[in-house]
Ligand binder design. Structure first.
Ligand code: RRO
Length: 317
């Protein structure tokens, strides 16, 4: 395994996490994914009230990945606080867990944090500001509106000292304004990227393959977009970056670290092969040992003053 990654005042066993929306709250995948081989995971996005999600089918495969429109199905903040976090606390102490949170308004994000913040079992939050499958706000995610994004981050920042990852969208025309807005409002790191909006049609009927119509593209097709985003944002900020999109092999994860990420997330690859995340972590370590990255001198990332610790190499090398 790659050696530990010191970040946010803890050490991640390795740089590989499971991505939001691909592992539930840990328990759902714990019989098929050896979670203890990973650095941690991000939960399914949590909203204040339970959401049933979108009509089926919610996922469709295509040659280069997957399209989804799950529609934020989740049990709501109270149930997560009462049932899911205690399970994580009891079973997964060596893992670092981020709770993904989502909402329609700044106040909803804040309310979710008020419900969860004194709960057990998690390190911090990933603010999902980039869900492509939410029709509120005229379908414009917070991540495409720097002012709105800044308001959410600022509102949550005032409520919690826990680390805040801010998850951005790949279809941002210019990462500059959203990066500055997140940083100025107190983000501790940026997660790049969420899925990109897309559509699959049945060629005979002309009808969408997903019940909700369009959805978010993930998997291999997303990798060039994720890498481009990490490289661009690396030049804009010294905040730590978390790279996600199309990671299937150790070398894909290594490319994200080369582009400037400190941690990576594996998502879609684990659906077809639950051993994929563990293999990515193992092969990434081999890749680094073999000198496949030029990272031994350390990453350029810094941490928000107050979050405290200076970063070493993202690989702990
Ligand atoms: O639940 C979803 O449909 C979903 C979410 Br919240 C997200 O952030 N990204 C995505 O592709 N699907």
């Amino acid at each position: 395994m790659a050696s530990g990654v010191p970040l946010f005042g803890v050490t991640f066993r390795n740089p590989v996490l499971l991505a939001a929306g691909t592992c539930g709250f840990g328990r759902e995948v714990s019989s098929v994914i050896r979670l203890e081989t990973l650095g941690g995971f991000v939960t399914k996005s949590v909203t204040l009230l339970p959401r049933a999600g979108n009509p089926p089918p919610r996922v469709a495969e295509f040659g280069a990945g997957m399209l989804n429109s799950v529609g934020l199905a989740n049990p709501g903040a109270e149930a997560v606080r009462r049932e899911r976090l205690p399970w994580i606390e009891a079973r997964l102490q060596a893992l670092h867990v981020f709770v993904s949170i989502a909402g329609h308004t700044v106040e909803e994000y804040m309310e979710v944090v008020r419900v969860l913040d004194d709960g057990p079992g998690f390190l911090g939050y990933e603010l999902n500001l980039s869900c492509p499958n939410d029709s509120e706000r005229s379908g414009l995610p917070f991540a495409l509106d720097p002012d709105a994004l800044g308001c959410v981050v600022e509102g949550v920042r005032a409520l919690t000292p826990r680390p805040l990852l801010v998850k951005l969208a790949p279809n941002t025309p210019d990462f500059g304004p959203v990066t500055s807005a997140a940083e100025e409002a107190g983000a501790d790191a940026l997660t790049l990227v969420n899925t990109v909006p897309g559509l699959l049609l049945d060629p005979r009927s002309g009808r969408p393959r997903l019940g909700a119509g369009s959805g978010g593209v993930s998997g291999r097709a997303l990798r060039p977009l994720g890498l481009a985003a990490v490289r661009q944002v690396r030049a804009l900020t010294e905040l730590p970056l978390v790279g996600v999109g199309g990671i299937v092999r150790g070398r894909d994860a290594a490319a994200y670290l080369e582009a400037g990420a400190s941690l990576v997330q594996v998502g879609t690859a684990s659906f077809s092969d639950p051993r994929a995340p563990e293999r990515v972590a193992r092969r990434l370590a081999g890749w680094v040992r073999a000198g496949g990255t030029g990272l031994a001198g350390g990453a350029p990332a810094r941490q928000r003053p107050g979050a405290g610790r200076r970063l070493g190499s993202p690989l702990g090398a």
